[in-house]
Design a protein around this ligand. Structure first.
Ligand SMILES: Nc1ncnc2c1ncn2[C@@H]1O[C@H](COP(=O)(O)OP(=O)(O)OP(=O)(O)O)[C@@H](O)[C@H]1O
Ligand SMILES: Cc1ncc(CO)c(N)n1
Length: 267
């Protein structure tokens, strides 16, 4: 069985963060492992508290995973602090990690801030260059490029700009800002730009869509799929989870990650 590791924050309400990642990886047919960067007290209406782990403890988790069950792919999510970002970069280099998908998580769907302002430069300088793919949403892409993104042409320009400046493939997600389901992929090796269009699903419950997508991409990369095929498969999985119409909680609720358990295991 192929293996994948998520390095991210815990969401106590189970719809985003580590909990979404483990479910999405499992339902995409790989063995899922985790290194936790922070605990959040969170539900569908917001984040009320955050407790970062220490850089030393994060490094211990990464040593434990890499020295035993080597991950075939890695997803990086919420990392709020620059010392934690540096700790991850050190360990990924030490263990020559591959197939790294980085979701530059800055703000939760509920509006809560998940990345300290002074950590953005460290993310750009130390961690993003180690990734194979980054998956910013529109507001995150605006911060990473210093440009305004108002339409699909802007999305293409931003994707290319980030790829050139940061040396990484880029998926800019249309999400709830510009279109609901069309994302643009810029591949750094081929310089190809490809629209990955999705079916727009009428569902307000989008808590954790970004976490779920990046984890499903990592799981597909672990299974040796190409980058484009991994993104297409991950979008199809996300559509299924959104389409299931789960409606939990008082805010933007979680999706049903286990909508098709039979498909994941070919039962
Ligand atoms: N209503 C929808 N129907 C179908 N796909 C959607 C819908 N809303 C978002 N998506 C898709 O979900 C994925 C995540 O995009 P989004 O822009 O929501 O990310 P995000 O803001 O990082 O997510 P998060 O809410 O977890 O922070 C993208 O592939 C986007 O196209
Ligand atoms: C822990 C965590 N990571 C990421 C997100 C982004 O959706 C969230 N809401 N919570």
């Amino acid at each position: 069985m192929k293996t994948a590791l998520t390095i991210a924050g815990s969401d106590s309400s189970g719809g985003a963060g580590i909990q979404a990642d483990l479910k999405a990886m499992t339902l995409n047919g790989v063995f899922a492992m985790s290194a936790i960067t922070a605990l959040t007290a969170q539900n569908t209406t917001g984040v009320t508290d955050i407790m970062d782990v220490s850089p030393e403890f994060l490094k211990s988790q990464l040593d434990a995973v890499f020295t035993d069950i080597y991950p075939d792919a890695i997803k990086i999510g919420m990392v709020s602090d620059k010392d934690l970002i540096i700790a991850i970069a050190e360990k990924l280099e030490e263990y020559q990690a591959k197939n790294i998908v980085l979701d530059p998580v800055m703000v939760a769907t509920s509006g809560s801030k998940l990345l300290k302002d002074d950590a953005i430069d460290t993310l750009k300088e130390k961690l993003i260059p180690l990734a194979d793919l980054i998956t910013p949403n529109i507001p995150e892409a605006e911060i990473l490029t210093n440009m305004q993104i108002k339409n699909e042409i802007d999305m293409e320009v931003a994707a290319e700009k980030m790829a050139n400046e940061l040396g990484v493939s880029v998926l800019v997600k249309g999400g709830h800002s510009i279109n609901d389901a069309n994302d643009v992929l810029f591949e750094i090796d081929s310089l190809n730009i490809t629209w990955i269009n999705g079916e727009r699903i009428k569902n307000e419950n989008t808590h954790g869509t970004g976490c779920t997508l990046s984890s499903a991409i990592a799981a597909n990369l672990a299974k040796d799929k190409s980058l484009e095929e991994s993104v297409r498969n991950a979008k199809k999985y996300l559509e299924g989870a959104l389409n299931d119409g789960l409606d939990l909680g008082k805010g933007r609720g979680p999706m049903n990650h286990a909508f098709d358990i039979k498909e994941a295991y070919k039962i």
